[in-house]
Design a protein around this ligand. Sequence first.
Ligand SMILES: Cc1cc2nc3c(=O)[nH]c(=O)nc-3n(C[C@H](O)[C@H](O)[C@H](O)COP(=O)(O)O)c2cc1C
Length: 357
Amino acid sequence: MLYPFTPSTERHLTIDMDTTDLARYLNTPMAIGGKTIHGRMVLAPMAGIGHVAFRELVAEQGGCALLFTGMCSAKAVPHENPAQSMVFRWRPRELPFTVCQIFGSEPGEMALAARRIENEGFFGVDLNFGCSVAAICKKGCGAALLKAPDHAARIVAAVRKAVQIPVFVKFRTGWSDDPPYAADMARRFESAGADALTFHPRVAPDRRNRPPKLDIITRVNQAVTIPVFGNGNLFTIKDGIRMLSQTGCQGLSLGRMAVARPWIFARWTGTAQVDETIYHSTARRLLERLDHHYPSPFNLKLFKKFAPYFCANFKFSLFLLKQLNQAKTMDEMAQAIDQLFIPCPETLSVPNQNLFV
Ligand SMILES: Cc1cc2nc3c(=O)[nH]c(=O)nc-3n(C[C@H](O)[C@H](O)[C@H](O)COP(=O)(O)O)c2cc1C
């Protein structure tokens, strides 16, 4: 049995993995802070998509080791009413395996938000040091913090001091392609008390359009002793094997591919087989769960955010997306899904990247 690292203290790159080895590895438990998770694949945080309805869908389709929420404002979290908030909302059953992500720029605010997250019973809290959207960076949050390493470390330390639950940091290479800088940030976060890192090896101005650089994940992973989840363009099982074996990272964080195929965790861990009916049933189930969790017309808006990733699965993705986008009500969307996805249209082995914005 080959693992990409020996679970003790060493971080080697072993490897000759096949899909069975991958599944076995991905089902291996891992310690994070004082807690244990049952596997190595996690749902990446995605604002507007990783909401309670989508997380419920993922959990129903086999789930993964940890679900991350989309980013929540640290300023707002201490006062949020989950019954009214569109983002700070959860199902009690998911709390033991859900991590709430926050963004902010003030150590005190981040610590207060983390305390609320701990009191609500989440598995952990994740600090967003990676978002490069201008509106977030302008306020000194997200990836802007990678320009202020001391301040970023102060935030981690303040959160660490405020809570007992695992503290995660999600970050990217920085603002220029400088692997030693990324490794140094990783070290600072560990020293400040982070229990795990998710690393997306792209520079901030890149957004998601250029291929991630795996060698920088290797550098980050070798700089720390805490678990590192590798993230970025994990589309096929081969991508997963390549990332684990080339970088030695301990886990995989999947974003867009999990939106296109929420059953992907079950497929890669070898816990479920699916047939083509899954596409129709997935779209219908998400629509139904959105209707359950959110008011109209917000629920329809959320479905339309999911639709491009879902339609990317099919040969005539743009046509299908256009049809779905014409729906003006949840009922019209339900009818469109039935008409378009029964029988299942021709699928692509790898989704149409043009819709993976
Ligand atoms: C629609 C969307 C929303 C995202 N929102 C967040 C977010 O709230 N916090 C965060 O840290 N990253 C966010 N990301 C980035 C993802 O977590 C991930 O790093 C990125 O999509 C690359 O991984 P992938 O190639 O598996 O999608 C978002 C990505 C997408 C596509």
